[in-house]
Ligand binder design. Structure first.
Ligand SMILES: [Fe+2]
Ligand SMILES: [Fe+2]
Length: 494
């Protein structure tokens, strides 16, 4: 046994797994309290009872940690959080709170925040009020907050400036949306080309596919909601091509929420991208047939899973393809209860990636117009249909995570407000309690006239009346209002 610090740390973690679990629970709670306190301070005065309540809970959590650990520091680095130098993992519930705080800190150039024993609740409360009301000059907010800490005598909280690498990542944030669009359309183009080339038995250019998927993974870690919104682009090109890109995007966002690492995400993305590659061998008359398929046609259609596996195995560059991809191609129409097809199934288990792709595949498909179906579902209709099939067709736990990802009012859905304006949901509210209050872009005024309106935050309150300025009444089907949701995403440059 070595006596290096790393070894000691590891040993300690192993022998006290219960207490390390308790610690990560405490850290989760700190994030919930911290983000709630900050959000409350953004709306109310410091003497507000809710705010005082949040500060009180946050303070006792921190005090507890300080007495056990002798110090508490949170460091945000490359979208990862370290607590006293240990990397913190999130489940999907705590992730939103982490993301909210990480964004707030990044905006103010804060890379790390530390608390020292002796911290008082007054210091904590003043600090959060400071964070909630940043100075006019955003460029200098780090200096400003640091100076204010000193001038107010807050001596048990210290800040560290963001690492230049992360600052650079933040600078690039304005470029995320144009970059996301580029990657999205390049993926469609690339997939189309590889499908066409494949018909002539050429190589699939898997290296390029891998690079595109990696680019998507990076972009998703920067702006998930925008990229999920892009999957509202339907039938831009050949159905299978556009659909495969959408399923890859949704699966990547989903996998990221499940905590998969970059390499795993790339494998998942590749698998999702190629899930329907076997459809290349199915005649178009069957693929796009308006009427119900005959028994024989249905059998041919179902063969796309087997054809897909054969096709991938016969590729010259198939060594670039993860084995998991073969499973997804084969299993993506199997149900959680093992019915579905291929129906001679002998295994009693379906791979995780197949279950993920199954959910994203179904979701994208029922929300897209198809010649053989006279209905298209809105996102919330699709979700409620899927929830009815939870446990039979879909894995119940995964489905819950997926539902929370696309949300009650998912990104890209058209909503009617109580002010009689219409809007498109642009960004979900990270706080579960405020799920019904996303950010919405106004697209018509009160008289139904189309406008290029501003993006409003539905948590905005009317200060004199003490009530919300606007609320969502219900979600609407964009086709009935002749609205192309995708246009609003594509028009949005930042
Ligand atoms: Fe399929
Ligand atoms: Fe599919």
């Amino acid at each position: 046994m070595h006596n290096s610090r790393g070894e000691i740390g590891l040993g300690k973690k192993r022998s006290t797994s219960v207490s390390s679990r308790a610690l990560s629970k405490t850290i989760d709670e700190i994030f919930i309290r911290f983000s709630s306190a900050l959000r409350t301070a953004q709306i109310y005065e410091p003497n507000n009872q809710t705010f005082i309540g949040h500060i009180h809970s946050l303070f006792s959590l921190l005090e507890n940690i300080l007495s056990q650990e002798g110090g508490a520091s949170f460091r945000f680095q490359e979208n990862t959080l370290f607590f006293n130098n240990t990397r913190i993992k999130f489940d999907f519930f705590s992730y939103n709170n982490f993301k909210f705080l990480a964004d707030e800190f990044r905006e103010k150039d804060i890379g790390a925040i530390g608390f020292e024993p002796g911290l008082s609740d007054k210091e904590l409360s003043e600090f959060i009020v400071l964070l909630a009301n940043p100075p006019e000059n955003k460029e200098a907010s780090f200096e400003d907050i640091s100076t204010q800490l000193i001038s107010r005598g807050i001596t048990h909280i210290f800040l560290e400036r963001i690492h230049p690498y992360d600052a650079a990542a933040r600078m690039k944030a304005e470029k995320v949306k144009p970059a996301a669009k580029k990657v999205f359309f390049r993926s469609i183009k690339h997939l189309k080309e590889s499908f066409e080339n494949n018909k002539e038995n050429q190589k699939l250019q898997l290296k390029t596919t891998r690079r595109l998927i990696q680019a998507m993974v990076d972009l998703i870690s920067r702006d998930e909601s925008f990229i999920i919104g892009m999957t509202n682009i339907k039938n831009y090109d050949d159905y299978t091509v556009n659909h495969s890109t959408n399923v890859a995007v949704l699966s990547l966002c989903f996998g990221r929420r499940l905590g998969l690492d970059k390499e795993e995400l790339t494998e998942l993305g590749l698998s999702a991208f190629f899930h329907d590659i076997g459809k290349l061998d199915i005649p178009e008359e069957i693929l796009d047939k308006k009427d119900k398929l005959s028994e024989e046609e249905r059998k041919i259609m179902e063969k796309h899973t087997l054809h897909g596996v054969e096709k991938l195995l016969s590729l010259k560059d198939s060594s670039f393809l993860p084995v998991k991809t073969l499973y997804v191609v084969l299993e993506h129409h199997l149900w959680a209860n093992l019915s579905g097809y291929p129906n001679y199934w002998k295994r009693n288990k379906i791979s995780l990636y197949s279950k993920i792709v199954k959910i994203c595949d179904f979701f994208d498909s029922v929300t897209t117009e198809r010649p053989y179906r006279d209905y298209v579902l809105t996102w919330d209709q699709a979700l409620s249909l899927m929830l009815e099939k939870s446990g039979t067709e879909f894995d119940p736990v995964l489905l819950k995570v997926f539902a929370s990802m696309v949300g009650v009012y998912p990104i890209g859905s058209l909503v009617a407000l109580n002010t009689e304006e219409l809007g498109i949901v642009m960004e979900a509210n990270p706080e579960v309690a405020l799920m019904l209050r996303p950010k919405v872009k106004l697209i018509t005024d009160r008289n139904g006239k189309k406008i290029d309106g501003e993006i409003i935050d539905l948590t905005e309150m009317n200060p004199t009346k003490g009530e919300y300025k606007r609320s969502i009444v219900k979600s609407l089907d964009p086709r009935q209002y002749n609205i192309q949701v995708a246009d609003y995403f594509l028009a949005q440059e930042n």
